[in-house]
Design a binder for this molecule. Structure first.
Ligand SMILES: [Zn+2]
Length: 241
């Protein structure tokens, strides 16, 4: 059930069948010169739209804004702070709880460290506060790191690289504009630097030239299967007391 398309009456009827809701999280963020700024949101929302045809759950509209760090200076990136993401996530889960939902899946298409930790921190607060809930936080690139790395020909493939480009080629090929050159960030870790573009102008981490629609199709199938497994696993997890 895709929430943005249904009526109040449909919501009420569907709530009798399921108490599970998925919240997708994305970003407005540079993805090189060849992928759109909504890449993270598009990938996760399109995949989840397919998934809800196979499972009886609610799918919330995506949260388009996320926490971007290494890409924060690049043209087109419009980010929010972890504080805002925590607050927003807290509010929407609590309100969905008031409307009768009990099982929450926060699924992010953006793998940033601060972004993911903001979601996990919020889940820790909510599990203390809301009785009877189950909550999971996940990012497909983390839970399928091994499988997706095997699918890629590029080692150390990441942001706007082979897999992300393949996913957009599979889900929205009309939005892919050629291919950016292979590149990798050269940030002087562990230092945190202000001028990030000095060390990573292209905003590409990997080799988009190795991307293909076929690899994207396979990645989509892998991700859907894995998330369905996690949704089904909720039956074995006790709700918060
Ligand atoms: Zn991305």
């Amino acid at each position: 059930m895709i929430i943005e398309n249904i009526t109040m009456a449909e919501f009420k009827r569907h709530l009798k069948k399921t108490k599970t809701i998925i919240f997708p999280f994305g970003t407005v963020e540079e993805h090189g010169d060849h992928l759109p700024l909504n890449t993270d949101t598009l990938i996760i929302y399109e995949i989840l739209k397919r998934l809800v045809k196979e499972r009886n759950v609610f799918l919330a509209p995506p949260v388009y804004y996320g926490v971007c760090t290494t890409t924060s200076q690049h043209p087109g990136t419009i980010g929010i702070t972890p504080e805002t993401l925590r607050r927003l996530t807290y509010d929407i889960v609590r309100d969905a709880y008031k409307k009768g939902l009990r099982n929450f899946f926060l699924i992010t298409g953006h793998g940033g460290g601060l972004h993911s930790s903001a979601l996990r921190e919020t889940a820790e607060i909510l599990i203390e506060e809301l009785r009877g809930i189950k909550i999971a936080v996940l990012c497909p690139y983390d839970i399928l790191h091994k499988e997706l790395s095997e699918l890629a020909d590029t080692q150390n493939d990441s942001h706007a690289g082979e897999i992300e480009t393949s996913l957009v080629l599979s889900l929205a090929p009309e939005l892919v504009q050629g291919r950016s050159k292979e590149d990798y960030p050269k940030l002087p870790r562990p230092f945190v630097v202000k001028d990030k573009t000095r060390y990573w102008r292209s905003g590409v981490w990997g080799n988009p030239a190795k991307a293909s629609r076929e690899k994207g199709d396979r990645a989509v199938t892998l991700i859907i299967k894995k998330i369905i497994g996690i949704i089904d696993q909720a039956d074995t997890v006790p709700p918060a007391s």
